[in-house]
Design a protein around this ligand. Structure first.
Ligand code: ASP
Length: 331
């Protein structure tokens, strides 16, 4: 809508400078460049969005953005709220373990310049997103895994902590009785937080953090810490993040796909819908998994789409603070 408004405004104001036919020629010549060259006159910023209804995390990120800090600081500090929340049993401390009884965390972060950092299969550290940021800022690498990531975290001053809670330990003991692995369709098993923000400067950053699928096979890594799958940011275009069954998101490099679709002119909403449809094309008739995509473009427009009803995202900007239900592939 904003882009249309811009095109309308610009055709009025620029009428004397560029002829309509020349503009039309440019438009058809390179749709991609045209999409990038038409920012809204009044982009929404700052703004933060995150997967699911994480009120406290989005509020924290909003405070950080309002203080004039970067989108990178906002997304890190925002998702840290969920990592520390023991009641969230799919992120950070209190995350449910794998089949072997190990709580293993995956997280990544990406900034406006395309810098990124990630940790996979990290144990005993409450804030994997901050370790991921250290990987990005303090090493020449992007991904650190397992023991190496843990050793690096201690070197950076992170403290060793038992990630089990009384509740998750009890649940695990219960689970061991049947050892049944099920990918529950909705929030019961998918509460990964993916967060995208635009700061006062109009720069975009994103972060994603999770304990992954509950009772996963030991060693399993999902989409959440994989740049391009669980998260992707391109400061010229926008950002995207995912929650749900990571294997399906990895197969389509989901978040990268969505950002590229936006680059080609799709709105965040249209891009998320196309992302889910690509996944469903590869899984025709399958109904036993959930995926939710969330996207934001450079103008601060947002959108989301999912496989089954139930996925929501929280948005916080000067326009208000709300939890949005998104449309789904299946009704
Ligand atoms: N995407 C996460 C994973 O596959 C799970 C989730 O979103 O709950 O590890």
């Amino acid at each position: 809508m904003k882009r249309r408004k811009f095109l309308k405004n610009s055709s009025l104001t620029a009428a004397g400078l560029v002829s309509a036919s020349a503009m039309a020629a440019c438009k058809t010549e390179n749709k991609v460049d045209e999409a990038l060259a038409t920012p809204a006159l009044d982009p929404i910023k700052p703004i933060v969005v995150c997967t699911w209804n994480f009120f406290n995390a989005s509020e924290k990120a909003w405070e950080v953005l309002k203080s004039g800090a970067s989108a990178l600081d906002a997304v890190e500090q925002g998702v840290m709220i969920e990592e520390a929340d023991e009641k969230n049993e799919t992120v950070g401390k209190g995350g449910r373990p794998d089949r072997d009884g190990n709580v293993t965390l995956d997280a990544c972060i990406m900034d406006k310049d395309g810098n990124c950092g990630s940790v996979v299969y990290l144990q005993n550290i409450v804030h994997p997103v901050s370790v991921a940021r250290k990987v990005m800022e303090e090493t020449p690498h992007i991904i650190l895994a397992g023991k190496g990531a843990e050793k690096f975290a201690y070197e950076q001053g992170f403290k060793k902590e038992d990630l089990f809670t009384e509740s998750t330990r009890k649940q695990y003991q219960e689970w061991l009785k049947t050892s049944k692995y099920e990918t529950t369709i909705n929030i019961e098993n998918h509460d990964t937080i993916g967060m995208l923000a635009i700061d006062e400067n109009g720069d975009i950053a994103g972060a994603c953090t999770t304990s992954g699928m509950a009772y996963k096979v030991g060693g399993r890594v999902g989409d959440s810490p994989i740049i391009g799958a669980g998260l992707y940011v391109d400061n010229e275009v926008g950002g995207a993040t995912a929650t749900g069954v990571g294997e399906e998101v990895i197969r389509t490099v989901g978040s990268f796909l969505i950002v590229e679709l936006m680059r080609q002119g799709k709105s965040p909403q249209e891009a998320c819908e196309e992302g889910v449809k690509r996944i469903m094309k590869k899984n025709e008739g399958r109904k036993d998994f959930q995926i939710g995509f969330l996207a934001i473009n450079k103008n601060g427009e947002t959108g989301g789409y999912c496989v089954h009803p139930g996925f929501t995202y929280r948005e916080y900007s000067t326009n208000g603070h709300e939890n949005r239900e998104v449309k789904s592939f299946y009704q």
